[in-house]
Design a protein around this ligand. Sequence first.
Ligand code: AMP
Ligand code: ZN
Length: 127
Amino acid sequence: MGRRRIQRRSRYTCIMSDCLFCKIIEGVIPADIVFRNENVVAFNDLNPQAPTHVLLIPTLHTENAAGVARNSATITADLFLAADQIANDRGLNGYRTVFNTGEDAGQTVFHAHLHLLGGRPMAWPPG
Ligand code: AMP
Ligand code: ZN
């Protein structure tokens, strides 16, 4: 597995050559990108579960939410602040943010991603 740092983008950026979401960060695989800053890239989910279903990913490759937190409190905060900004820009009347961690939680892509869901009422408990 190739692992390299791209200093010019963010001091945190770290790309894995065999990771789907790292390829989206690099632009190798296309995505409908809706937000980008130094530490975060956000794009529409390919299989949306709500009118707004955006995935927010750190430009640092790490497997899950705890991995993000271990690496950087700044990036952890940036993910939630970017989600809040997108939700506010869209005038959402509330939203849900979800990190799935591990198989039982339904995680299928092992580059940490924060789901931002909104635009419809959300049931609780989740399925
Ligand atoms: P999770 O099940 O929490 O790992 O979420 C992975 C999410 O990535 C799912 O909601 C998929 O629909 C979404 N996804 C997978 N491939 C792509 C892609 N190429 N572009 C956008 N979203 C994707
Ligand atoms: Zn990755």
